[in-house]
Ligand binder design. Structure first.
Ligand code: BES
Ligand code: MN
Ligand code: ZN
Length: 494
């Protein structure tokens, strides 16, 4: 897709469609009024008839208004003027671009006035428009046998109004890259587990590395064994799919600069193992590699934008299955760190693969380590589907993630990872158990990981509630790639 900034008068712009905002009650926003003046008040007339209420998410396409360079106008509801803020602007732009992407419109200009807030400056205007346009034209990579519906006709999106030149263009370019990265996450996560196996993830990472210019090393089982990743191997042992451990590297920063290490949970299917899950909705456990997909996506972003930062991505890819060779409740595994773990519940497998991956991160002398995982159902219970859970051992790192989430509109919320929670992980037979109780499950999971990250600056993102959607719109959301992207972009800028 091509992006740009509109600067001329909207009325004379030669695009297929102008996107304008209307407040609830039928009031045209500022830019819309100038367009209305050019087309002899036709928009106002339409609103006076009460055909368009301006409710949030509502859109209406109007064609062939006189006096305009554009053949169509799309009205997008902004909700009430009193409550107009960044979120309403974003939702109006999103609804408009989704509506436009369903038509044969090839070019459009987004001309919905912004609220005056610093998180929506010229740069973020561009970022958001490009990210939302990318999401609007995304088509799910389904395996339906019929003829594929045509790709969206939308090829060109202009953003505005911008106050000064440069920042919006940069926002558009970077937003375009963020959207592409989010699509990488979505495509990987949407694939079924019989296609997207650990070996497939490794192959895709290699291909993306080649395309975008980051290095990828794949550890197969013998190498994983040499690393003594006993907890990861315990999870993998029940499956016919052999595990992979991926090391992705983008070296854009100082030659010896400490890298940021991103660690992704890549359980390509989580049946629960011997602690088998209920069948209802088990298909959704193909999304249990969303953290890994987001880490791979983040590396494609860092490499494609040539960000001046050093980033390492570690992906632990396994399938969690029951079977004659599967790990059993009560089995004790030894992690790469040397700690022994009593596996009381084989369905708490994410932390088992992550503890070995987090230990592996130490060899990079990282500036910070962030793991990304669809780790607990408890996090979904606690936070629902809007916020990721974030915890860590470094308040500044957690704060940085919270702020990146706000800017990227891909939010996280901190849960209290205090010493108390670690006590629930006591075992009579090993250094720790892999589960505490049911209560506070998102935090006890993090408390387990914390055992392996002492001395590191570490944060953990539990994305179980936000990485995918259930129901009629079932599929990957592409989150938390925008959050990681914003984090990286900010680290690159400082
Ligand atoms: N992959 C699941 C967590 C999950 C649940 C992700 C629902 C998305 C939606 C994870 O491996 C898991 O099974 N966790 C258990 C932990 C429990 C056994 C302590 C859970 O949340 O039930
Ligand atoms: Mn599980
Ligand atoms: Zn899992």
């Amino acid at each position: 897709m091509e992006f740009g900034v509109w600067t001329k008068s909207l009325a004379s712009l030669s695009v297929d469609c102008l996107i304008l905002g209307v407040f609830e009650g039928g009031e045209l926003s500022g830019e819309a009024r100038t367009v209305d003046a050019a087309c002899a008040g036709r928009l106002k007339k339409l609103l006076e008839r009460g055909d368009f209420a301006g409710r949030m998410g509502e859109t209406m396409l109007v064609t062939d208004l006189p006096g305009l360079g554009a053949s169509r106008v799309l009205l997008s509801g902004l909700g009430t003027k009193k409550q107009f803020q960044r979120k309403s602007w974003r939702r109006a732009v999103q609804a408009a671009l989704v509506a436009v992407a369903r038509t044969r419109i090839t070019s459009c200009a987004v001309a919905i006035d912004r609220p005056e807030v610093k998180e929506l400056d010229d740069y973020y205007l561009g970022r958001q428009v490009a990210e939302l346009a990318g999401a609007a034209v995304y088509r799910i990579n389904d395996l339906k046998s019929g003829k594929k519906p045509p790709a969206s006709a939308l090829k060109k999106v202009l953003a505005g109004p911008a106050r000064k030149s440069g920042a919006t263009e940069r926002g558009l370019a970077e937003g375009d890259a963020v959207a592409a990265a989010a699509s990488v996450q979505r495509d990987l996560a949407n694939l079924p587990a019989n296609v997207c196996t650990p070996a497939y993830l490794a192959g895709q990472a290699l291909a993306l590395g080649k395309r975008h210019g980051f290095s990828v090393r794949v550890l197969e089982e013998p190498a994983i064994r040499r690393e003594k990743m006993g907890c990861l191997l315990a999870v993998a042992q029940g499956s016919a799919q052999r595990p992979r451990f991926l090391v992705l590297e983008h070296r854009g920063g100082k030659k010896k600069g400490a890298p940021l290490v991103l660690v992704g949970k890549g359980v390509t299917f989580d049946s629960g193992g011997i602690s088998l899950k209920d069948p209802g909705g088990m298909d959704e456990m193909k999304f249990d590699m969303s953290g890994a997909a987001a880490v791979i996506a983040a590396l494609t972003l860092a490499a494609s934008l040539e960000l001046p930062v050093n980033v390492v991505g570690l992906v632990a890819a396994v399938e969690n299955m029951p079977g004659g060779r599967a790990v059993k409740p009560g089995d004790i595994a030894t992690s790469a760190s040397g700690h022994t773990v009593e596996i009381l519940n084989t369905d708490a497998e994410g932390r088992l693969i992550l503890c070995d991956a987090l230990h592996y991160a130490r060899r990079f002398d990282p500036a910070a380590v962030i793991d990304v995982a669809t780790l607990t159902g408890a996090c979904v219970v606690a936070l629902g589907h809007f916020h990721s859970g974030v915890m860590g051992n470094d308040a500044r790192l957690v704060q940085e993630l919270l702020e990146a989430g706000v800017r990227a509109d891909d939010r996280c919320w901190e849960l209290p990872l205090t010493e108390d929670y670690a006590e629930t992980l006591k075992s009579n037979f090993a250094d720790f158990a892999n589960v505490g109780g049911r209560d506070g499950g998102a935090i006890t999971a993090a408390a387990f990981l914390a055992k392996f990250t002492q001395g590191l600056k570490w944060a953990h993102l539990d994305v179980a509630g936000i990485a995918y959607q259930s129901g009629a719109q079932k599929g990957s959301t592409g989150r938390p790639t925008p959050l990681l992207a914003d984090f990286l972009l900010h680290r690159a800028a400082r």
